[in-house]
Design a protein around this ligand. Sequence first.
Ligand SMILES: Cc1cc2nc3c(=O)[nH]c(=O)nc-3n(C[C@H](O)[C@H](O)[C@H](O)COP(=O)(O)OP(=O)(O)OC[C@H]3O[C@@H](n4cnc5c(N)ncnc54)[C@H](O)[C@@H]3O)c2cc1C
Length: 437
Amino acid sequence: MKLSRDDFATDRHGWAEFLPERLPSPTLSGTHRVSFIVIGAGVTGLACARRLADLHPDDEILLLDARLVGQGASGRNSGYAVAVSQFGGGFKASEMPNYQRINRINQAGLDLLRAQVSENDIACQWNDCGFHHTAADKLSMKECEQFVHYLEAMNIAHTRLDQQALRERLGTNTYQRGVHVHDGALLQPAALVRGLADSLPDNVKLCEQTPVLGIVEGAPLTLALENGQVRTDKLFLATNYEAGKIGFLARYLIGSTLAGSFTRILTGPELASLGNLSEWGVLSLHGGGATVRLTADGRLCLRNTAEYHGGALLSDKQLADRQAIHRESFERRFPQLADVPFEFAWSGVEGISRNGTNFFGRQHDNIYLAGGYNGSGVSRGTAFGTALADYANGGQSDLISDCLASAPGSWMPPRPLLDVGAAFTVRSRFKGVGLDR
Ligand SMILES: Cc1cc2nc3c(=O)[nH]c(=O)nc-3n(C[C@H](O)[C@H](O)[C@H](O)COP(=O)(O)OP(=O)(O)OC[C@H]3O[C@@H](n4cnc5c(N)ncnc54)[C@H](O)[C@@H]3O)c2cc1C
């Protein structure tokens, strides 16, 4: 089937809607020849293009995105830039080298992002306040003990919290126990990627609303655009779950659609009912539990749905339906705010693999790819994108070795079996979620 612009749909929902209007970069048409092209201007592609620009200061780097910056997953996530991953299913001492490897990648990405935000004065509400990992029901309480075991074994700074301490911090009785992990930053995701895009080095040319519709291999490689083509020596794919549309990883990486809601900005007394922190983030210790944030601008934000929807965003009608699920969870946690309406809802698509791995490396002659972070790609995508540019340049580093050590992906069947399997896999994350949802 021939690919077209319509295969890269977007909508007017999400964190970008809180930001002022922005003049997009021009689209690309006509015939061009450049040394380096990066496809995808999310955190991975932005980091890759920035690093390529440093490595090749005399070359132009072309960065193409099918949509506006901020409309991909990087502008639609929950805004947690993690240093420490939680590995569900219990602590396994034999897995410690793998836990350490992944956390080194996270930490490298977090440090890179922090430096870029600071050097370029990016106003994205960056807050190095760490995260609360919480448990409300039986399974997550068991997971909490295992998580603490892992944090202690790995010597990761944290504070254990009981129900009262959590109530004092978060203004809810829902959580029976939890842990505050000290490292990690909260941020406004659309503001982050816009800021990163607007501060790219001069030798990066960003073209938005420019879908790449096909790739013809050869030397040079030829990329088909809507109105033109562009040739290049080296190509970097930072297209996340959409890599399959242009012929890569179609059997290994799919999109799972998540949705959440924001309240209006809370009043002073409403904020006062939410405990003693001015901003916080909660990650559930159950894989299907709600992610909840009090944002820097005083909104509560709650995301607790995930589904297989063919890698597409939800329609307005579907979003309205999912809001009922967000609402139930919100009112159960914050009965004192039962009268506070939701003002926005949004959906976003995360790239997931069957075995939870990430993809990094060379796909074909002169085609490199990084992506698919299973819901944890803000820090990791930044590290992967940076390391990919170095790797393609013949570089060697601990970060490259860590990225290359990602497990191979597990194969997924073609449609229609894929649809059934994917729907089942995504749904199974809610098994036993109970009060954590
Ligand atoms: C609701 C939600 C919440 C999440 N919460 C978190 C969180 O709190 N913390 C965290 O770390 N991670 C989170 N994630 C995951 C995280 O957002 C992603 O892992 C990360 O953004 C992936 O970045 P990326 O640059 O690889 O991909 P993307 O941000 O998806 O960027 C890929 C880009 O490629 C473009 N593209 C694709 N195909 C083409 C083509 N053919 N031509 C041109 N352009 C193309 C797309 O338009 C897109 O902009 C969440 C994801 C979702 C959906």
